[in-house]
Ligand binder design. Structure first.
Ligand SMILES: Nc1ncnc2c1ncn2[C@@H]1O[C@H](COP(=O)(O)OP(=O)(O)OP(=O)(O)O)[C@@H](O)[C@H]1O
Length: 260
């Protein structure tokens, strides 16, 4: 049995069918990118994985257990940084850790938060700042810091870099790869929603393309490229170039089929 076994997932909002028979087998430590046109149901699928909604039919089994609700074993990072604006960054990080590490003192939690702030490239002064005193990139680093400080084996990331400029986005892609790579023995399993083919090629070990709703997986692939390859290698690798072309064509054809 794979680490995550997703079988025959259907989901509807009322009468509107959104997901139609999604199957996936995911191994521990996979970096899974979900690509697809806007509105096809990628975020909905992440909500099902998070246990925030239940499939209309089908099952999601993680490590042998059926998902029936939310769990601290699945961390979530959204595009809009998901920090409470009325708390400082530090409090945002510590509050979520308190739910998981109930026996750890506040001082130790603060030290853990400081440690992870540094890991994501933020200075300790950020601890006492409110989210609105930080740039978008810094807020997203804080959200990533909060997720990694909680240390969930699975991370669900919904277009986490979608609102950022290209340079910040590239930095954060490198950051997430280095956090994911930090200890290859206990790599987190990451699901990452993006519209960006290049981002998917750079980050993932597996790519799933969702078709327009009611959405099915219309293409999937496993990337056998070395996980430490550079952006330059990615641009020059002939196999990746052909995969890039294929992904763009599939996405374009999908939208054209629905328009015709
Ligand atoms: N709470 C809701 N109630 C009813 N319909 C919803 C709800 N949330 C989403 N939808 C609909 O479900 C469909 C899928 O939405 P979803 O946000 O999952 O797509 P997406 O692929 O993540 O889109 P995007 O890439 O634009 O974020 C859309 O048609 C959307 O309007």
């Amino acid at each position: 049995m794979p680490f995550i076994n997703i079988r025959n997932i259907h989901f509807s909002y009322g009468e509107e069918k959104i997901l139609d028979n999604i199957d996936m087998d995911i191994e521990r430590g996979d970096f899974v990118c979900l690509l697809g046109q806007s509105g096809c149901g990628k975020s909905t699928f992440l909500r099902l994985l998070a246990g925030l909604a239940a499939p209309s039919s089908g099952s999601i089994v993680i490590n042998g257990k059926v998902v029936t609700g939310a769990s601290l074993d699945r961390g979530v990072v959204f595009q809009d940084y998901s920090l409470f604006p009325w708390f400082t960054s530090g409090k945002n990080i510590v509050l979520s850790m308190q739910q998981k590490f109930r026996d750890i003192t506040k001082q130790d939690l603060k030290e853990r938060a400081m440690f992870f702030l540094k890991r994501v490239g933020l200075d300790e002064s950020v601890y006492n700042k409110y989210p609105n005193e930080l740039s978008g990139g810094m807020r997203q680093r804080c959200a990533i810091c909060r997720s990694f400080a909680l240390d969930p084996p699975i991370l669900l990331m919904d277009e986490p870099f979608g609102a950022l400029d290209a340079v910040t986005r590239a930095h954060l892609q490198n950051l997430i790869l280095s956090l994911w790579n930090q200890d290859s023995g206990t790599r987190k399993t990451i699901f990452f929603v993006t519209h960006d083919v290049e981002e998917a090629l750079y980050l993932s070990t597996k790519i799933y393309v969702f078709g327009l709703k009611p959405s099915r997986v219309i293409y999937s692939c496993v990337l056998d490229k070395a996980r430490f390859c550079t952006r330059e290698q990615l641009l020059n690798d002939p196999k990746i170039s052909s995969l890039r072309q294929q992904l763009v064509t599939i996405l374009n054809n999908d939208i054209e089929t629905k328009l015709n």
